[in-house]
Structures are given as structure tokens and as C-alpha cells.
Design a protein around this ligand. Structure first.
Ligand code: SF4
Length: 226
């Protein structure tokens, strides 16, 4: 891992800038979920992970309470991650079709996965100040990934907040509509692709299917030249 990323991740893991979120993480890590009652939760902010030469970035809004916050890796150990990694494996973005824990041997092909917000918010609803505070880390990730040319945003909230950060940074006025599979050119020449979130609710109601998700990642790979 390069020095900049090492420093950034160290800072993120130790970050306590949002007391409401840090307290929430502590609470869920102590209470735990029934099926994980004997596990020690990660219980800290969750950094991004993957290939530091990535051409493709996949973003969510925040780590899941009993997924990333428990395992210490984004989209790891929850149902959304299960669905996501089946798709990533089938389109050859990941070396395996599961993401269970940080020692499971997962490798990503020219891809980096992260969340806009590094701490899980109560009810999955961050407040504006928390998003503003954490956006600095997301911007640093973007700046460290020099080969990045495509961002896939999983879910409307991640999509909207990614754009908010870009709008603030580059002063763009253009309106961007969230529609699964729709792509937009960002001011720094990266392509942003909107995707439905692979949440159990979206999967069970077939708002998102494996075919739709695989198709979207194939398209992302092609644009990213991966
Ligand atoms: S959300 Fe971000 S800024 Fe706030 S405490 Fe977590 S890591 Fe720090």
C-alpha cells in the first residue's frame, strides 16, 4: 500500500469527528446481532479497499451496521455484499463470489470499493454536517487513485452525495437524474454510472436482478477499459 493511502486509512480508522456516529458504532458493536453474538465487531470507521491502481470505483453510502461495521470491510458480511460479489465475480472483477471477512482471500481486478461516509449512521440517515465532514476522506481517495476513470454509485443516496461533493468541488450546475445504468461525464472526465443498490429489499422485489447488475458492471468495465 502506498504511503498516502496508509496515512489516510490510519486517519479514517481513528477518526472521531462525528460523535453521534461513533456512539452509534459503539452501541451496535456492544449489542451485536443475534447470529454474531460471539464475534468481536470491528467497531470503527470503515476504509475503502481494493486495487490502488484501480480504473473503476464502486461506492455505497455507508458501511452496514452488521456488515462492514462488524467485519471492517465495506460490503463484507451482509446480504448486499453477497449479491454484489456474485455479480463482480461473474464479470471477472473479483476473484471470488463472496466477501465474508477481511481474511477470505478476496482480490479485486483494477477496482476499488468504498463508501461516501465511513461510519454507519442510525437508520442509514446521515446528517448534512456528517456528510460534509467525511467528504474530505472521499476526495482524498479520489485523488490517490490516479488511474480511476469510472465510478459506479450503488443507490440514489450514494449517487446524489457523490454529485454533491463534485458540485461543491467543481461548481457544476448541471442536473443529474438517477436512473439505473445511466452514465454521466464528470468535470474531471470520470464517468459516473448510476446503479440500484443491491439491498435485500431491491433484490427481493426484483428492482435489481443479477442480469441487470452484471450488465451494468460489464458496461462499467468497458468504459473503464478494464
Ligand atoms: S463519518 Fe467520517 S468524519 Fe465522521 S467520524 Fe466517521 S470517519 Fe470521521
Amino acid at each position: 500500500m502506498n504511503i498516502k493511502f496508509k496515512k489516510l486509512n490510519k486517519t479514517i480508522i481513528k477518526c472521531k469527528k462525528c460523535p453521534r456516529l461513533i456512539n452509534f458504532i459503539k452501541k451496535i458493536s456492544k449489542q451485536k446481532r443475534k447470529q454474531n453474538i460471539n464475534e468481536k465487531y470491528w467497531g470503527k470507521p470503515v476504509t475503502g479497499f481494493g486495487d490502488l491502481k484501480a480504473k473503476l470505483m464502486i461506492i455505497g453510502l455507508a458501511p452496514a451496521a452488521h456488515g462492514g461495521t462488524r467485519t471492517g470491510r465495506a460490503f463484507t458480511g451482509d446480504k448486499s455484499g453477497d449479491f454484489l460479489f456474485k455479480s463482480l465475480h461473474s464479470v471477472k472483477i473479483s476473484n471470488q463470489n463472496f466477501s465474508n471477512n477481511i481474511n477470505d482471500g478476496l482480490k479485486l481486478n483494477s477496482t476499488y470499493i468504498t463508501n461516501i461516509l465511513k461510519c454507519v449512521p442510525p437508520g442509514d440517515k446521515p446528517d448534512n454536517n456528517e456528510l460534509i465532514r467525511c467528504s474530505n476522506y472521499f476526495i482524498q481517495e479520489l485523488d490517490c487513485l490516479k488511474n480511476l476513470n469510472v465510478i459506479v454509485a450503488l443507490g440514489k443516496v450514494a449517487f446524489d452525495n457523490c454529485l454533491k461533493i463534485y458540485k461543491k468541488r467543481f461548481g457544476i450546475e448541471k442536473k443529474f437524474i438517477f436512473k439505473h445504468g445511466k452514465k454521466y461525464l464528470l468535470p474531471d472526465k470520470k464517468t459516473l454510472i448510476a446503479s440500484y443498490h443491491p439491498s435485500p429489499r431491491n433484490v427481493n422485489t426484483k428492482i435489481i436482478t443479477s442480469t441487470m447488475m452484471n450488465r451494468l458492471f460489464k458496461k462499467a468495465k468497458k468504459i473503464a477499459k478494464l
